[in-house]
Design a protein around this ligand. Sequence first.
Ligand code: HEM
Length: 565
Amino acid sequence: MEYEQPAVQRTPQSSHSFRYYAVLPIFIFLIYKTTRLAVFTYHTRKRYRDIPSLPRHWLLGNLIAIGRKCSPQLNRHPDYGFSEIWHDLGQPAAFHIDLAPVDSHGFLIVADPAVADTVVQSSSEYPFSAPKSDTMRQSLNRLLGEETLIMAEGEVWRDLRKRFNKGFAPAHLHALCPFIVAQTRTFIARIQDAARSGQTFALKDFAQDLTTDVITQLTMEKDFKAQSVADGTGSKSTFGVLTASRILSKLVATTGQGFDPIGYLNPVRRIKERFYEWSFDRQLYSVLSLKLQREQTHPKKADSSAKAIVQLALADLDPTPALLRNTVHQIKSFLFAGQDTTSTLIQYLAYELSKADHDPRYREIVSSLEDEHERVFGPGAYSALDVLSQPGKADELLGDKIPKSTAFVKETLRLHPPAATARGIPEASSSTPPFFIDIDGRRTAIDGLRVYNCQWIMHRNPKVWGADAHVFNPARWLDEAYISALPPGAFRPFERGPRNCIGQELAMMEAKLVLCAVTRGLRFEKVGLTGRNGEREVWGTQHVTTVPVDGMKMRFHLRDESEVK
Ligand code: HEM
């Protein structure tokens, strides 16, 4: 009997201790993780506490505030939320968004051009400027390709940039202007057809097709006919190259940006991303190798100025499969970086022009543009296209001969910047000294932070541009005293420093050309979100870059011959 009782009692006891021992490691692990998180959150908070920021919750930092200001439900670009925080904080030169414990680094949002320049200009530590932020790399890899110029660093970036700079140089682009003119004619013909229908359209669809055709034509001399093929056919068919590019861009935009954990983990989405990446790469690869083969059998004259950008970049190099793959990544990058951004610029040009219909101040601005176009290109609604299609004319006329048009484009870019830059400042170590910036007279170390140069804020900062910073006033660009009093780097739609936009000349040229081509022949009527009579202005949302939220819904009108100058 004495032996039986303990035996009966021992069974549950040993099962308890078994469970106890099984749970113990999990418990210790959780304690370890929580302690680490707490220590790390404490250190992050302490480390950046001198940088202006909204009040930090003891545990959640600024997560709640940023969740409210940048919620995807607001369907607006985070820039708007950042701008509100900046105003709440009394407009500091930069401020911190503390995302610990979720993210160790948090973001430094920059509102002052001098601070922005410290980050993007060369320094002895970072000769090619501070490295790009890992957030961009994580989300854009498939769209741009792993070897993309946009994310490359160090000597690899320098060599790539050197190779492609030739193709984007103004003289070379001006030689290619007749191609851009030809594509712009198709753009205008489509808008004229749309005008005759009297229906409402999203200008985005027209502008994006135009920028796609321009970039593919200029980079590899291939016309994918984005403007002329119907949806579902040719390059826009289910497996067409443009379909692959656009679906991939949409997938990346929705999974990579904002908070979308479900989308991020969704396996079907991942498979689709891989498929469209493969399809996009394969088709570009075959176009490129065909082009190079043809070039070998029928070479263009060595001095031919109308060479495609990739031909210039690959000149004298052995076109190995590795080199071709690398070049495909660069073409993808040009398509990505130049397509939506330039299309957004064109959409906002039309938006600003549309205001002439209901605002006398705008009517005056547009009328003076028309005078300039008539003086430089002669009479006729579309004479600019005829003149600019002649060799040498782009070089002669698109520079200082059209100051009002240039001012109009710059003012549009100032108020509606389509892109920005995000950098990641490495942690200081024995070999990397701390990275200092000056925030309103206070020297502050920002190593370990991600930095976002917020052009939306900088371009509307009254300390930089004056009390009328929010007003669309192209004349400011013609006031020499005003411009020379601006701080360096005030205007930075293409960013600055060695990693500035390689395609900025192309974008400016395309925008000026479109502006000169449409102003006298077409009238744009914004539908919804007009900013008129108390209606909301159209605003930007995030689609990797900043794009108009409604695709710029408009009705187009052909201008009466009698009103055309
Ligand atoms: C209005 C039009 C455009 C705007 C506002 C714009 C803006 C920018 C900005 C802000 C950057 C810096 C990005 C960063 O540092 O992360 C950039 C870089 C770049 N852009 Fe553009 N861009 C435009 C058009 C184009 C076009 C047409 C192309 C080419 C066809 C292009 C190709 C690139 C490339 C390759 C880079 C990376 C350069 C490097 O890292 O060396 N962009 N752009």
